[in-house]
Structure formats: structure tokens, C-alpha cells
Write a protein that binds this ligand. Sequence first.
Ligand SMILES: Cc1cc2nc3c(=O)[nH]c(=O)nc-3n(C[C@H](O)[C@H](O)[C@H](O)COP(=O)(O)OP(=O)(O)OC[C@H]3O[C@@H](n4cnc5c(N)ncnc54)[C@H](O)[C@@H]3O)c2cc1C
Length: 419
Amino acid sequence: MTVLIAGGGIAGLSLALTCHQIGVPCKVIEAAREVKPLGVGINLQPNAVRELMELGLGPQLGQIGICTKAFALYSKMGRLIWEEPRGEAAGYNWPQYSLHRGKLQMLLFETALERLGERAILTGANVVGYANEPCRVTAKIEHRDGQIEELSGSVLIGADGVHSNVRAQMYPDEGDALWSGNILWRATTRAKPFGNGATMAMAGHATHKFVTYPISEIDPVTGLADINWIAELSRDKAEGFRREDYSREAALEEFLPEFEGWQFDWLNVPKIIRGAERVYEYPMVDRDPLPTWRDGRVSLMGDAAHVMYPTGSNGASQAIIDARKLGRVFKDRGLNEKALYAYEDEMRPLTERTILANRGQGPGYIMEIVEQKCGGNFEKIEDVLSQEEMAAFASKYKATAGFPVDNLNASPPIIPICT
Ligand SMILES: Cc1cc2nc3c(=O)[nH]c(=O)nc-3n(C[C@H](O)[C@H](O)[C@H](O)COP(=O)(O)OP(=O)(O)OC[C@H]3O[C@@H](n4cnc5c(N)ncnc54)[C@H](O)[C@@H]3O)c2cc1C
């Protein structure tokens, strides 16, 4: 019997490749007619990079992403608050990659086509519901031409993102995602990278923030790289928000005036913003943790299970870890409800903690404290916060999100024997 996967995003395709690796048949059902390289920059933490390497994608990752070496926090005045090494520079056995989401999506999609064959991926097919039966589950699929098809499998995994239909059937009263009150404007700009060309930086505080990191190598001729950036501002909650859509374009005047003064010696924020060809608007949303991800032979993964604020750069990483944990339980227990229980028992508490930690600003919490204490203006950061306090917070967040360095390096791979 088969694993039915609703959604061919980062989560669904990672699961399909994992199923193929352990010899379990699967079928991906993807709503988009054509899979395209959409999105802007994302980060893959070392725990997720390790798993993609276990899937044999290490060399390709090295070609589409750059190894992030450091993570730095600045105040809104551009003053350095905290800097720490990342990836291999921090002692992990695997790198952290910053890369374009679309390139990762296409890498997973093309590899899945090559390894599983075209018949394993159905496109233009929207999963609109499911029905549990004693020994199988049936997914109801609506094709672009309006035709309805039913496909049966041993289990159905909802990997259908923030607007998951599978989750909506499990929780019909849940409603829309929850808006934090902040809007994110996201884009890439071809520009000279700051610092060592491999640092992720955040400047500002909870209601006025700029995040940036390069997602390509520096061109040796021009000295330029693709620089990913996110400008974040809080807005009046009473005004509501436009439903989250990763492809909604925005105009610069909606947010640029509030960053005009952010011209630091290490980064000229308004110049970077003006250099973007296209800017996308996205309301910062998440959903409350669920009491269970399971309904009979159906479970959830990725954003469908645990969409979180993107403050900790781990949405895509968590989706990949979900895929590997599902593969592990399928391998150990078979395609059944017990396997889905075991997966959820391990992953739901971890992601619940991360959703809540990200509501508390995630790693950017330190910036918020600095803003509250001195408005971001200081001579020496030690007069505001000690290095020990900041280090303790940074390692606490990594532990919450499931990638503390010693644990990860010492732990065996999630799926030990590659077949
Ligand atoms: C177009 C797009 C652009 C994005 N851009 C960014 C970005 O720039 N930065 C960032 O941090 N994150 C971005 N994300 C989100 C990021 O990919 C996820 O947070 C993370 O990777 C978790 O992946 P996921 O597979 O759970 O969800 P997603 O990557 O959202 O994938 C969900 C997939 O399910 C499909 N789908 C949805 N509903 C159905 C249905 N009913 N039936 C079948 N298929 C369905 C979608 O078409 C999509 O392919 C983007 C997501 C999408 C879909």
C-alpha cells in the first residue's frame, strides 16, 4: 500500500524522497499545475542539511546555497549587539545553508521525478478532503478541470502548507491563521554583501526590523551576490490583514519611508530595498499548537502541522525533519496508525515549544531587550546586557528548536541504514 502525500512543497517532496529511500511506495498530490521556483531566501539548519545529505543531495546543496558562517544582531542604530558562529564554524558536523526557496523546491522536485518517476507526482490536483476506512484512507482530489478523483492509500499525510485542507477537515472551526500584527516585505537584491559575505544579520527590534543574508556566492568579476532581505513593521491590528499569499507584490512606499534613516557603516538599508526588482508582502502569521495532528490514518507535517513565525529560520528545516521522522516510523512500524502516533509523540511537543518560543521573538528577543533598555543606542553592549546573558539565551533557543550542537553531532542519523 501507499503513502498519500497532500502537497509537493519542501515537506511533501522531502517525504517522497524519504519513502523512496526506504522502499515505501508513495504518491504526491500537488495543487499547483506546474511546480515553479517560487519564494525568496530561506535557511536550512545543520540538522536538516544532514538529512538532505543522507538523501544524497549534499553536492547539489553546495551548488545552490551558501554556507552561512555567522549570525549577528544589531540595534536599530546599526550597533552590533551579538554575533555567533553558525554551521560548521559553530562546531556542527554539517553546514547551515542560506539559499533561495525556489531552488531548493526545484532540486527536491526534479530529484523526486528522477528517482520516483512522473507517475508518483500528480500536479494540478487539489486535495479537498479525506475519508478514513478500517484499513485504508481515501483522499478526495479535485482536478483543475473540476473532475473529482478518489485515491486510496495506507496513510495520508497533509503536507499542504499554511492553508491546509487536510488540517481544516480535522479542525473545521479553526479558521484563518493568526496574525501577529506585523507585515513582512521580502525580496532579493543584487548587491555587494556586507562583512564576510556569509553572515545572517538582524537589525532593529520586534516592531521595526530588517533581516538580511546573502543566498549566492559573490561573483568574482562584479563583487555582487544575491542578497535576501526582509523588512518587518507592525501595523494597526484593527485594520486587519490581506490573507497570506507568498506571491503578493507590494509597493516600496508602503514601508521604505520607515527605513530611510537606516544607513549604517556596514549596510545601507534603503539602498538595498531600492535595488530589488520585486518585493512581496506577507503578514506574519502562525497557528496555535494542536492537541493532535492525527485523525485515524491521517497526519500532518510541515506548515500544515506547525506553521510558526519565521523569526528562527527553521520552518523549512522542521519540515525536512518531519519527513525523516515519518520515514523512520514507517520503516520501524509499517504504514499504520501506530506509526503516526509514534511520529506525533516525538515531533508535536518539540514544534509546539518552537511555535511559542517564536511568539516570544525567537532569537531576536535579545534585540527587544536592548531596545527596551536603551532605545538601541549604546557605547558598549556590556553596559546593557552581559555576554553571558546573551549566550544563555542563544543556546536556549537552539535547544528549543532541536538543534543544539553537541546533541546533534552525537546523535545517529534519523534513518540509520540507507537502502
Ligand atoms: C509559493 C511559496 C513560496 C514561499 N516562499 C517562502 C519564502 O520566500 N520564505 C520562507 O521562509 N518561506 C516561504 N514559503 C514557505 C516555506 O516553504 C515553508 O514555510 C516551509 O518550507 C515548510 O514547507 P511546507 O512544505 O510545509 O509548506 P509549503 O512550502 O507552503 O508547501 C505546501 C505545498 O502544498 C501545496 N498545496 C497547498 N494546498 C494543497 C492542497 N489542498 N492539495 C494539494 N497541494 C496543496 C502547495 O501548492 C505547496 O506546494 C513559501 C511557500 C510557498 C508555497
